[in-house]
Design a protein around this ligand. Structure first.
Ligand SMILES: *[C@@H]1O[C@H](CO)[C@@H](O)[C@H](O)[C@H]1NC(C)=O
Length: 520
């Protein structure tokens, strides 16, 4: 038995023992994007690969196989603290659903990344070689140029759940009749008639803005990559061709946090891969507070990019008042100290979020509903109250509500009252806890861990030279053929011709009859 086990072990190790040189591009200067990028890189490093990591926020890890290319200046195009200001979001001064803003911001970041001198140095050095490029897709395909330079497979990474734009790159746009848009939808399927119409219109909206940036994209792509590819003796394929050449998309999602829409075979869901299997120890004083919370504790955090302290005074005071009436301890991620706070409220300016959620006394998580937070809540079986603020947070919370593990409370001057009701409902009604336990089973019930999926699929793509067998034939079929409009056209022609001929025949007959009558 032992011999068999050992040989299986050796076999497992040896089948993953190929080490590759990988270029990993996570260029968005936001905390949650860098959590995702860093975790991705760590999985690759642990598997023994050599990683070159293009990042605006370099990791502190020291590893001889890690080389970081600092594109810190990307922060010039996305000042998270300024853009994601709670009051501005409340007053709708910043609208992260406004597409010209989002597309312009994401174009600027992508454009700056590929033109950055540190990046240009790497692509213009013919000695640099990579086995695969993995790039975060955030409304831009400009990074596909790297795969042209290094003549290697391209893999995209998607930080949100799969949506029409990403899916259209490897397969086709999913049917809007039952697919909620990732940021613009306020419902989940099944839809009413009007929602269905809205979802269809949303698709056109996205299309229009993608056309709108396309010229800028092509220009930027040519400028950044042409000379590097020419230097290597090849010609640069057009952007509109290479952007459809990704071998695979890794999605930071899982069926437990999504609607059950069908996905193409080369969309690999790895939601939860950023959660490490060994929970980091809590700081001593915080651990003591959590251990001693005999009625349990509520964890309240608006995430790494939003600051609760920026909420309007009136709401803050209201929140403190309702929290002080609870018998539970409240751990609040708040950036400044609160004078005269009630004794069941504890302020922390930085939160080891996973370790807090993992604590057995955690009874409720009040969150902005970022996908990392909702995934972590599911991982550690904690029910949620969501206060969504921007991007995919609305749909994440709507889905969690529909799955019975959450309540949604919007941020406005009634928030304290509504939050109080929601807290009572979740703590008194055991169905939320039961559902979160069931759904957490779905989340954990996977054949291999999401981190192992990463190394497995990177290996698969490289060994199969871009995994052409996974490619969807839908990519090769124009839209009018998918909708059978050519058939409809043909039927219209045939029916018309038939109708006209019959009509002519009848007319002719009548004429013949009247003629013959006249003659007689
Ligand atoms: C598309 O990807 C495949 C596999 O990675 C590669 O062999 C091919 O050259 C790529 N095509 C273009 C136009 O880049």
């Amino acid at each position: 038995m032992r011999v068999i086990l050992i040989s299986i072990f050796i076999l497992c190790i040896s089948s993953y023992s190929d080490t590759y040189k990988l270029l990993v591009v996570f260029p968005i200067p936001g905390k949650s994007h860098s959590i995702l990028g860093n975790a991705f890189v760590r999985h690759l490093l642990n598997a023994g690969h050599e990683v070159t990591y293009i990042t605006p926020i370099p990791m502190k890890d020291v590893n001889s196989k890690l080389r970081q290319i600092n594109v810190e200046s990307n922060r010039n195009y996305f000042a998270a603290e300024e853009v994601l200001d709670i009051q501005k979001l409340m007053r709708k001064e910043v609208d992260m659903k406004d597409m010209p803003t989002v597309f312009t911001m994401m174009f600027n970041i992508a454009n700056a990344t590929i033109h950055h001198e540190n990046v240009q140095k790497v692509i213009h050095n013919p000695a640099e070689k990579f086995d695969a490029v993995i790039a975060e897709w955030m409304y831009s395909e400009l990074y596909s140029g790297f795969s042209a330079v290094f003549n290697c497979p391209l893999i995209f990474f998607l930080s949100v759940s799969p949506h029409n734009m990403a899916l259209s790159l490897i397969d086709q746009i999913p049917n809007p009749a039952y697919t909620a848009d990732h940021v613009k939808s306020n419902s989940i399927p099944p839809f009413t008639f009007w929602t269905r119409v809205q979802e269809l219109l949303t698709l056109f909206d996205w299309k229009i803005y993608r056309w709108w940036v396309n010229d800028r994209n092509i220009k930027s792509y040519d400028e950044a990559f042409k000379s590097a590819v020419t230097k290597r003796g090849r010609t640069l394929p057009p952007l509109d061709e290479i952007k459809y050449n990704a071998s695979l998309i890794f999605g930071n999602s899982h069926i437990s946090t999504a609607d059950g829409v069908p996905l193409p075979r080369n969309l690999v869901e790895i939601g939860g891969y950023h959660i490490s299997s060994n929970v980091e120890a809590l700081p001593k004083d915080l651990k003591k507070i959590l251990d001693e919370a005999k009625h349990g504790f509520i964890f309240f955090s608006m995430g790494s990019m939003l600051q609760s302290s920026k909420m309007p005074e009136e709401i803050k005071t209201g929140l403190i008042k309702i929290f002080s009436q609870l018998k539970q301890t409240v751990i609040w991620k708040f950036e400044v100290s609160l004078p005269d706070k009630p004794k069941n409220i504890f302020i922390i300016d930085w939160a080891p979020q996973q370790s807090i959620l993992a604590h057995p006394n955690c009874v409720l998580f009040i969150t902005h509903g970022g996908l990392l937070s909702t995934t972590e809540a599911l991982h550690y079986k904690v029910p949620i109250i969501g206060i969504p603020m921007f991007a995919d947070q609305f749909i994440n919370i709507n889905r969690a509500v529909a799955k019975g593990i959450a309540k949604r409370v919007d941020l406005n001057y009634n928030t304290p009252t509504n939050l109080k009701l929601a807290i009572e409902e979740i703590l008194e009604n055991s169905s939320y806890r039961d559902r979160v336990n069931e759904l957490s089973f779905v989340y954990h019930d996977r054949v291999i861990s999401p981190g192992a999926e990463i190394t497995r699929w990177v290996d698969h793509v490289i060994k199969t030279k871009g995994a052409p067998h996974l490619r969807s034939p839908a990519l090769l079929v124009p839209w009018y053929q998918k909708l059978y409009l050519d058939l409809v056209f043909l039927i219209i022609i045939v029916v018309s011709v038939f109708y006209i001929s019959i009509k002519r025949l009848i007319m002719k007959n009548r004429r013949d009859v009247t003629l013959s009558k006249k003659r007689s």
